[in-house]
Write a protein that binds this ligand. Structure first.
Ligand code: GLP
Length: 262
């Protein structure tokens, strides 16, 4: 696992956007580049950088197909807290990408199981995901794979923990009861099947999860720790997120990244 430590949130976002754009630009196959995407506050700066690059002609999304990680169950697209709304508002409406290339789980489906099976099949039809970007929750969840979700899970229905509903209540008038209790989410296995996984970790409130994911064992307690078994996993983080790392760990990653490739 690579851990790329940047001074602050803005630099972390610039690094991640440069990395994604370089991967898209290096993709020379006829089939589209398949990009997995998250919501949340962590990726907003990355989306802003990618929008700038798209407008400047530095990266094109014409041959990019996207799959979002998750969606609340029971929220219509038009709800301003649906992930469909978030993605269009923060990214898709500002870049040139064919609408048919955008894939987001349908939170209003009558048949969640069938919707999740359809999603997995569609990912497979493109030959899998080239690069999955993600963020993590304070409890180390990746997408909506809360603690104790199987590390080989596939796309399915997830119950949100009380903790996550409390954390996400900031977007629902600070009322955890208003946060949907369930979501549709790609599984940990779905994410780790991707060729590369790039996870953003920013801020003091993620420092405990960061230490568990990087220094702890692979454990369903911190589902993002599954990335330790992935050969193409990168954590891009800021200094604040490193607050709970051992000094040796911190120095090690700074040291090896100093001589690094892109
Ligand atoms: C939600 C999403 C996750 C996201 C997490 C952290 O629970 N389902 O995909 O990573 O929030 O969000 P933030 O980046 O706002 O801290």
């Amino acid at each position: 696992m690579r851990v790329v430590i940047q001074d602050n949130y803005d630099k972390m976002c610039k690094w991640a956007a440069n990395y994604i754009a370089a991967k898209i630009n290096a993709h020379k196959e006829d089939r589209p580049f398949v990009l997995g995407l998250p919501t949340g506050s962590s990726p907003i700066g990355v989306y802003q950088e990618l929008i700038k690059k798209n407008k400047a002609g530095e990266v094109s999304f014409q041959n990019v197909v996207t799959f979002n990680m998750d969606e609340y169950l029971g929220l219509p697209r038009e709800h301003d807290q649906s992930y469909w709304y978030f993605m269009h508002d923060n990214f898709f409406d500002h870049i040139e990408i064919p609408a048919e290339n955008i894939n987001i789980l349908n939170g209003m489906t009558d048949d969640p199981e069938a919707e999740c099976a359809r999603y997995e099949k569609k990912i497979a039809s493109y030959g899998g995901i080239d690069l999955f970007m993600g963020g993590i929750g304070v409890d180390g969840h990746l997408a909506f794979n809360e603690p104790y979700t199987s590390l080989s899970s596939r796309t399915g229905v997830r119950d949100l923990t009380t903790d996550t509903r409390i954390v996400n209540s900031r977007f629902f008038g600070n009322d955890p009861e208003k946060v949907p209790a369930q979501a549709l989410s790609v599984g940990i296995g779905t994410v780790t099947d991707s060729k590369e996984v790039l996870v953003l970790i920013s801020g003091h409130n993620k420092a405990r999860a960061m230490a568990a994911v990087v220094e702890g064992g692979v454990s369903q307690r911190w589902t993002c720790s599954a990335l330790q078994m992935h050969n193409g996993a990168i954590i891009a983080c800021d200094e604040e997120a490193c607050g709970e790392l051992m000094v040796d760990t911190y120095k090690y990653f700074l040291d090896i990244e100093r001589k690094e490739r892109l």
